[in-house]
Design a protein around this ligand. Structure first.
Ligand code: ZN
Length: 259
């Protein structure tokens, strides 16, 4: 079975390499995106990134013990173009966030600056049989990262953030019985950075084409606080879930491309 991992001192990101040696690999995520070093690539704009979801793809919200996870039926979903050589379907989305009221919590940083949270929409390459086969292949996954900044309430995120109080403990699950298109969580302007990286949680497979949206979306302080209705195990017992992010990893010569 999987080794226990988490975000506390004993099982946190600095220890992951003990059971998952790839943690010190050449293609790890997240990274600090140095905007001045990102290479503007006309090819990305010539073949625009297409994102198409559906309003009945979101099946349920689960507390995984490390985040919330919205489980998706990817049948009516598709992303392609941009850095992608084939079609990928959405399988789930989740987030990473920091302490209440602080502007840290995102996994990627931009010129060293963090956001209070980062949403990850996870897609798998349709050239593979299923997500299990795709998850460890170099081109197996494509993850869209969306930064959350603190601002006005996000009407699109509200139906999801309202569900967190219903899944307080690991394994808790609630069905989504309403139409919901996760495209509402994307910024209006879809300029992005892209690079080759990894899962940011064990097993840290180096299988992800990252597409990190440049523009954050605003969510309210209350919506960020609602993430703390999710609980997890801490060394001192049950506690509010936060600081579930991995810090930036070495670039090892990788190029970040930009639209
Ligand atoms: Zn993630």
């Amino acid at each position: 079975m999987a080794h226990a991992w988490g975000y506390d001192q004993q099982h946190g990101p600095s220890k992951w390499h003990e059971h998952f040696p790839i943690a010190k690999g050449q293609r790890q995520s997240p990274i600090d995106i140095v905007t001045g070093s990102a290479k503007v690539d006309q090819a990305l704009s010539d073949k625009p990134l297409k994102i198409s979801y559906s309003n009945n793809c979101c099946q349920s919200v689960t507390n995984t013990g490390h985040s919330f996870q919205v489980v998706v039926d990817g049948a009516g979903t598709e992303i392609s173009g941009g850095p992608l050589d084939s079609t990928y379907k959405l399988v789930q989305y989740h987030a990473h966030w920091g302490p209440l009221g602080e502007n840290v919590g995102s996994e990627h940083t931009v010129d060293g600056v963090s956001y209070p949270a980062e949403l990850h929409l996870v897609h798998w390459n349709q050239k593979y049989k299923d997500v299990t086969e795709a998850v460890d292949k170099p081109d197996g996954l494509a993850v869209i990262g969306v930064f959350f900044s603190r601002g006005k309430e996000h009407a699109g995120f509200k139906p999801i953030s309202d569900l967190f109080s219903k899944v307080p403990r690991k394994g808790d699950k609630v069905d989504i019985n309403f139409n919901y298109d996760p495209a509402c969580l994307l910024p209006a302007q879809r300029n992005y950075w892209t690079y080759l990286g990894s899962l940011t949680t064990p097993p840290l497979f180096e299988s992800v084409t990252w597409i990190v949206m440049k523009d954050p979306v605003e969510v309210s302080s209350e919506q960020l606080a609602a993430l703390r209705n999710l609980l997890w195990e801490t060394p001192s017992g049950e506690g509010q879930m936060f600081n579930n992010y991995r810090p930036p990893q070495p670039l090892h010569g990788r190029v970040v491309r930009s639209t």
